[in-house]
Design a protein around this ligand. Structure first.
Ligand code: PGA
Length: 256
C-alpha cells in the first residue's frame, strides 16, 4: 500500500500565496511511486492550482464540499463542480463537525457524492477531550466511521481513505497533549478491526488509515511506524515548506 502525506492548509494563504507556495513545494518534491503527496488549499485556490500542479508529484484535495450536485444552495460548492479539479476531498474534519455542526448523515452523503464524482474521500474521525475523559472514544469512533461509510458499496469502499485525528491533539503546542504512538496503535487496531468486520478482512486491511494531530518533522517518523498507519494528515506543519517536505522525506525513508 502507498503512504499518504496530506497537507491541510485550512483557511490560510491568499490565491497568490497558495500558488507561490505550491511552486516551492513542486520544486522540492520528488515523484515517488509509493508516496502520495496531497495538499488541500482553500476552495478559492483549487481551480488555479489545478492548472499549475504536476500530478505526478502532488495531488489536490478539497477541504469540504456540498453533497448535492447542483441547485439552490447559496454559497456552496459541490463535488460535481470539483470533479476534474480535486482528486481528493477531506470529509468530516473535526472543525467541520464541531464548528459547522456537520452530522454523520451529512458526512455520509458527502462520502457518497465524492465517490459518485470520482473524488477520493478522506473521512476524518476523532474523539474530543471530553469524550476521551468519559471513556467514550471507541463508541464515538465506531459511530463516526460507520456513520460515514454505511451504504458505501463493496466496490467503492476500496476507494476510501480514513484519517484518525484525536480532536484534543490537533494544533497543540504542548508536548503533553500529543497522542502517544502506543495510544494511536490501539486505536488504529480498533479502526482496522471495525472496517474488517463490516467490509470483510480482504477489503478492510487495504483501506489506508492516516494519523493526524500536531504532526511535525520531530514526531512524523514515530507516527508513521505505528503498526497500521498508512500516512499522515498535517495541518500547521504543512504550511511551512521546510517542515512539509521534511515529512515527505521521512515518509519515504520509513517506506524504504
Ligand atoms: P495540526 O492539524 O497538524 O495543526 O494539528 C491537523 C488537522 O487539523 O488536520
Amino acid at each position: 500500500m502507498k503512504s499518504y502525506v496530506v497537507g491541510n492548509w485550512k483557511m490560510n494563504f491568499s490565491v497568490g500565496e497558495s500558488s507561490v507556495y505550491l511552486h516551492k513545494l513542486l520544486q522540492r518534491t520528488h515523484a515517488y511511486r509509493d508516496i502520495e503527496v496531497i495538499v488541500a488549499p482553500s476552495l478559492i485556490a483549487l481551480q488555479p492550482l489545478s492548472l499549475q500542479i504536476d500530478r505526478k508529484k502532488i495531488r489536490l484535495a478539497a477541504q469540504t464540499a456540498n453533497p448535492h450536485d447542483f441547485g439552490a444552495f447559496t454559497g456552496e460548492v459541490s463535488f460535481t463542480q470539483l470533479r476534474g479539479i480535486a482528486d481528493y476531498c477531506i470529509i468530516g474534519h473535526s472543525e467541520r463537525r464541531h464548528l459547522f455542526h456537520e452530522s454523520d448523515k451529512q458526512i455520509r452523503s458527502s462520502v457518497a457524492s465524492a465517490l459518485r464524482n470520482q473524488i477520493t474521500p478522506i473521512l476524518c474521525i476523532g474523539e474530543t477531550d471530553t469524550e476521551r475523559t468519559f471513556g467514550e472514544t471507541y463508541d464515538v469512533l465506531r459511530d463516526q466511521l460507520l456513520g460515514g461509510l454505511s451504504g458505501v458499496s463493496a466496490e467503492d469502499i476500496t476507494k476510501v481513505i480514513v484519517a484518525y485525528e484525536p480532536v484534543w491533539a490537533i494544533s497543540t503546542t504542548s508536548d503533553a497533549r500529543l497522542a502517544s504512538p502506543d495510544e494511536i496503535a490501539s486505536i488504529i487496531q480498533f479502526i482496522r478491526q471495525t472496517l474488517n468486520e463490516h467490509f470483510g478482512q480482504e477489503v478492510g486491511e487495504n483501506i489506508p488509515i492516516l494519523y493526524g494531530g500536531s504532526v511535525k518533522p520531530t514526531n512524523a517518523g514515530a507516527y508513521l511506524t505505528v503498526p497500521g498507519v498508512n500516512g499522515l494528515l498535517i495541518g500547521g506543519a504543512s504550511l511551512i515548506a521546510d517542515q512539509f517536505t521534511e515529512i515527505i522525506e521521512i515518509a519515504k525513508k520509513v517506506k524504504s
